[in-house]
Design a protein around this ligand. Structure first.
Ligand SMILES: *Cc1c(COP(=O)(O)O)cnc(C)c1O
Length: 378
């Protein structure tokens, strides 16, 4: 890493240096997409996708109610209307049944044009793309995969009938990711990328990330952004990508140990008030474990209990997107607020435990011992 960084600095090709192109080629190959276009962050990556599709006022874009703010922020920034869809309690990802209900609602109401779905691979687990893609096909919607937390996740061929098998960031018509330090593939600052098999969209992404350039930077044929990945960050990511397959295996071993150590206190369905549910990975899916997120109605109490023992645990996310002040009143005239009870409940119950590839078994056991003590099992 030291050498990669010092080489990048010594070469002084800080903007769009050779490391950027090299990284893009490697990332495209890893995820199995024809094109990778890097950019400044995961939020811009989503925004660029919407700009490519010319999504704007009058368009409805369906987003999960339980995700990071960016997923819906970009929709509103482009003047389109985010329609919040409930999620599944076991996967934390968009609920295909509620997606169909939301689409039907918008079609019936008639003032917005259903344009796209943004599915998020929350906490590292790919969304249910076999079903989501079928729904998008049925209603003629574009599918944008927000893989900011999903890089490294996989869906195997057997479960998806082959058509959606593969790696995260290849499941959308356009897919995006983030290299924010805390994401599965993080750099030493901000970074992001866009993936697609479509040649025209790839060249539009390349134009939009540099002020809508035409033949060159000072020939501007459309409005764009200043959204490039720094050469230094590309150099960092090349080194991180070398280590990534091993880290993915390691983080899955940490998750398996959490599962084993907590099995005694966990329930799959939360019935009594003091229950604990562990994150579920459906058969045929692989998670890259951006977070290891448990659920309990005694969440706040447990967080404090862990904190008192020197164990940090975080809440992602404290409220559903539809409850964020920034979206107040947005599009309500056309689209009355939808109820997303699962997202609301998750925001009261989720707690993300310490999680990274280099956690030792002793560290995992310490966290689990404290949790078992909290639930009175030790
Ligand atoms: C982090 C994140 C983003 C935004 O990525 P940035 O690089 O921080 O802009 C978008 N969507 C989701 C689901 C995220 O977790």
């Amino acid at each position: 890493m030291d050498r990669a960084l010092m080489d990048a600095v010594a070469q002084s090709h800080f903007i769009m240096g050779p490391q950027v192109k090299e990284l893009e080629a490697r990332l495209a190959e890893y995820v199995g997409a024809k094109h990778c276009i890097s950019c400044a962050n995961g939020t811009d990556a989503l925004d660029i996708a919407l700009k490519i599709w010319d999504i704007g006022p009058g368009d409805a874009v369906f987003v999960p109610d339980f995700t990071f703010f960016s997923t819906a922020e970009v929709v509103a920034l482009e003047g389109a209307t985010p329609i919040f869809v409930d999620v599944c309690a076991d996967s934390f990802n968009i609920d295909p049944d509620d997606l169909e209900r939301a689409i039907a609602g918008v079609r019936e109401e008639g003032s917005l044009r259903p344009a796209a779905v943004i599915a998020v691979d929350l906490f590292g687990l790919p969304a249910d793309y076999a079903r989501i893609r079928a729904i998008c096909g049925k209603y003629g919607l574009k599918l944008l995969e927000d893989g900011a937390q999903g890089f490294g996740g996989e869906i195997s061929g057997a479960i998806s009938g082959g058509t959606n098998a593969g790696r995260a960031c290849s499941f959308g018509d356009i897919s995006t990711t983030s290299f924010f330090p805390a994401k599965p593939l993080g750099c030493y600052g901000d970074g992001g990328a866009i993936f697609t098999d479509n040649d025209e969209w790839a060249s539009l992404a390349d134009s939009i990330r540099v002020h809508g350039k035409g033949s060159m930077k000072y020939d501007n044929v459309r409005l764009g952004l200043n959204s490039r990945l720094d050469t230094v960050q590309a150099a960092v990511l090349q080194v991180k990508l070398d280590a990534f397959p091993e880290e993915l295996a390691k983080v899955n071993r940490v998750a398996a140990l959490y599962g084993k150590e907590l099995a005694g206190v966990a329930r799959t369905e939360l019935a009594p008030a003091d229950d604990l549910a562990l994150p579920q990975v459906p058969e045929g899916f692989l998670s890259s474990w951006a977070q290891y997120t448990i659920r309990t109605p005694r969440r706040d109490e447990l967080q404090q209990f862990l904190k008192d023992r020197g164990i940090p645990a975080m809440i992602y996310y404290i409220k559903p997107l539809s409850a964020q002040k920034a979206f107040e009143g947005l599009g309500r005239a056309q689209c009355p607020a939808r109820q997303c009870p699962v997202a609301a409940r998750l925001s009261r119950e989720v707690l993300s435990l310490p999680m990274h590839p280099y956690m030792t078994p002793e560290e995992v056991r310490k966290v689990c011992g404290a949790i078992r003590e909290f639930f009175g099992e030790d």
